[in-house]
Ligand binder design. Structure first.
Ligand SMILES: [Zn+2]
Length: 333
């Protein structure tokens, strides 16, 4: 048994309470490798932003859960080395699908877990979530649950269609499970192809896809029923067109990739939404930088020469999200 507190990590309770009060959101960035983790920590240390490091099932398969946990432990020390006196770093399991997996993360030093029972019938979702909450809370580990279904593809999480969260269920669900935060479905979506072209309109000037707006009415109904309760948005990458263009003009092929416009996320961050998950955008930043270097310097074969620029591009992206979209800068001195 490893307690996250001994690793210098924090759970989400206090950071969410402050974010709800302060009208901003905590960034939840997924990480799979060293460069990505370095970029996240550097961006957060420079902006003094609390942060949630997320480990998905794909990350565990790719990088190994044990290694990722030690990397998060190292991240706390790295943050201090960068001059961040009191780093607020949470290590969170993204989309846990079984009690056993959540338990193994709690036992191994994670400070927060998500149990995603959203694909289960309502009562089974409650039973599974409550089981995880009862276990995790013994160790002061916070638990995120999910109601409603997001469309899109993220590692092993695949859904054809989205189903908005039903606001009439949230009080019952939150009360009976005891979860600390709730991921809801209001039209965000996993991956870099969040909407099919037929769901969008086209900007007549640029020819680019314009996605449908988020269902803020559903969010407002949820907030009305659970005032001050931390709400989470998954699948909230914006798919910056400049990265898509760099990728496509340097040998890539990402036709009609589309994300959530940042003004919508800015609006959400000011509400009870206090955790916004961003993964695809950093994948795009990384890939754009790597493609550019390799296209411009075909003789390059030192991975540091293309992973380095990729890391710099991700740092820039994370800082942009923190300062311009989420408003979490300066919230963790
Ligand atoms: Zn997700």
């Amino acid at each position: 048994m490893v307690n996250y507190k001994d690793l210098g990590l924090v759970n989400t309770r206090e950071m969410f309470a402050k974010a709800v009060d302060g009208g901003y959101a905590i960034p939840a960035f997924n990480f799979n490798n060293m460069e990505q983790l370095q970029a996240i920590i550097k961006a957060c240390a420079e902006t003094k932003s609390p942060v949630i490091l997320q480990v998905s099932s794909g990350a565990r398969k790719y990088a190994n859960q044990t290694l990722l946990r030690y990397m998060a432990e190292g991240a706390v020390e790295y943050a201090k080395e960068l001059g961040w006196e009191h780093p607020q770093i949470c290590l969170h399991l993204d989309h846990g699908d079984t009690f056993e997996l959540c338990k193994s993360c709690v036992d191994f030093g994670f400070s927060s877990v998500m149990i995603d029972g959203s694909s289960l019938p309502y009562e089974e979702n409650i039973a599974l979530t409550k089981k995880v909450v009862d276990y995790a809370h013994q160790y002061d580990v916070t638990v995120e649950a999910e109601l409603g279904v997001l469309a899109g593809v993220e590692d092993d999480v695949v859904a054809e269609e989205s189903h908005y969260t039903k606001p009439e269920e949230v009080i019952d669900f939150a009360t009976r499970t005891g979860c600390d935060s709730l991921a809801i479905s209001i039209g965000t979506s996993h991956g870099a192809y969040k909407f099919k072209p037929e769901q969008c309109t086209r900007d007549p000037k640029t020819g680019k896809l314009v996605p449908p707006p988020l269902a803020f009415d559903v969010l407002e109904e949820v907030e009305k029923r659970l005032p001050g309760f931390p709400i989470v948005l998954h699948g909230s990458s914006s798919v910056p067109q400049e990265y898509v263009d760099i990728i496509n003009s340097h040998g890539g092929n990402l036709p009609d990739a589309v994300g959530i416009p940042e003004d919508q996320l800015r609006k959400a961050a000011k509400s009870a939404v206090c955790k916004i998950n961003i993964d695809s955008d950093s994948r795009l930043a990384f890939t754009a930088a790597v493609r550019k270097v390799l296209a411009e310097k075909p003789g390059e074969f030192d991975p540091r020469k293309y992973c380095g620029p990729a890391r710099d591009e991700m740092t820039k992206l994370y800082k942009h999200k923190i300062i311009e979209v989420l408003g979490s800068d300066g919230k963790a001195e």
